[in-house]
Design a protein around this ligand. Structure first.
Ligand code: PLP
Length: 380
């Protein structure tokens, strides 16, 4: 039996008729960029996220950059974020001309540690008259909400914007509220493997701030409010009508799919919690993870994460390491002059995490098979 990391074909098969009908509807309409499908999807997404505005863009990466720009992030600013994330998080900060400032993660949740944010801000206040930090960019990694209450509290005290990277966390809840609507702006990705995946690239900014929404709308069409009237330099970053129409079909199923993901995660955890050296993910009690990824930690000197990966691969079980090299150690960030040991929790996580197959259609037998192969490896 082959068990893929994600199975997009199984999902398509389950909603094939509706997807095919939506494709036909868009092809017949002759409108392929922005337009009524995108507008309808934006309205539905704003309602879903509990935000007032939603603006569709070309990718999650663009959502981050446009949201940062719309929040006023500029050359010379510092934006605090996590080193344990996908490159797009920090890249978007750098592309605004600002400096990504990494602080370490909480080893339990893999998300940015609020006390480390505070420590950095305190050190900055001591060394410079006016701190150049203008925003915080927490990531809800694997679908688990970051510690938003404390993050928002720090942001309030220091007058900082908060941009949430929700690429892996659409539908996740923090104390009963959907992520994305908690900070100044939330950034979504519709990359195919995400919980709401397009058949191509796509992204979105959600916000309760009318000015941020309006600026993102202007930025996504070359800085123009009215056709051929340009008020700033912008981007070509529009959401395709085809993707919007397909995502509208999928959005109706999202809560059910996320619920299924959580139940699959619970089964994995039941099967793996007694296995020596395997630490299942920690889920905060007052949060609901989207469970985009189910990531375990391989602990102890006896178990080698990469050997376990190889063993699972030999049995047809796909896994992935999100992420094998923390961002502060990436060549592109050499100029920040970090070294090994600067963020020990992030560096330990990169050596130990392993993401197992996870998708709503994953069967109990498949989960049992994955768990059984892990146990075999551990007890070999
Ligand atoms: C945490 C995180 N941020 C940002 C992105 C960027 O999204 P996209 O691939 O849609 O540009 C991704 C997805 O790949 C991600 O996982």
């Amino acid at each position: 039996m082959t068990i893929p990391l994600v199975d997009l074909k199984a999902q398509y098969d389950s909603i094939k008729e509706e997807i095919d009908a939506a494709i036909q509807r868009v092809l017949q309409s002759g409108q392929f960029i922005l337009g009524s499908e995108v507008k309808a999807f934006e309205d539905e997404m704003a309602a879903y996220c509990g935000a007032q505005y939603a603006v569709g863009v070309a990718s999650g990466t663009d959502a981050l950059q446009l949201a940062l720009l719309a929040c006023g992030i500029k050359v010379g600013d510092e934006v605090i974020t996590t080193p344990f994330t996908f490159i797009a998080t920090a890249e978007s900060i750098a592309k605004c001309g600002a400096t990504p400032v990494f602080v370490d993660i909480d080893p339990k949740t893999y998300n940015i540690a609020p006390e480390k944010i505070e420590q950095y801000l305190q050190s900055r206040q001591i060394t410079s008259h006016q701190s150049p930090v203008t925003a915080l960019l927490p990531v809800h990694l694997y679908g688990q909400p970051a510690a938003m209450e404390r993050i928002l509290d720090v942001a309030g005290k220091h007058n900082l914007k908060v941009i949430e990277d929700c690429a892996q966390a659409l539908g996740a809840e923090y104390k009963g509220r959907k992520v994305g609507s908690l900070g100044d702006a939330g950034c979504l990705s519709f990359f195919p493997s995400k919980v709401l995946g397009a058949y191509g690239d796509g992204g979105m900014v959600v916000t309760n701030d009318p000015e941020i929404a309006e600026t993102v709308r202007i930025l996504r069409v070359h800085g123009s409010k009215t056709t051929y009237q340009h008020v700033m330099h912008g981007f070509n970053s529009r959401l395709d009508a085809l993707q919007a129409a397909l995502l509208r079909v999928k959005l109706k199923y999202l809560d059910r799919w996320n619920e299924l993901r959580r139940s699959k995660a619970a089964l994995y955890t039941r099967l793996l919690s007694q296995v020596d050296g395997i630490e299942p993910p920690y889920f905060e009690k007052n949060c609901k993870s989207s469970c985009n990824y189910y990531t375990v930690r391989i602990k102890g000197s006896r178990l080698d994460r990469d050997e376990l990966r190889k063993h699972l691969e030999s049995k047809g079980i796909q896994t992935m390491v999100y992420y094998p090299l923390s961002l502060h150690l990436q060549e592109v960030y050499k100029y920040l002059k970090h070294k090994s040991g600067d963020f020990p929790q992030s560096e330990q996580a990169q050596e130990q995490v392993l993401t197992l197959p996870m998708y709503p259609e994953l069967s109990e037998e498949q989960i049992e098979e994955v768990a059984s192969e892990i146990k075999k490896f551990v007890n070999r």
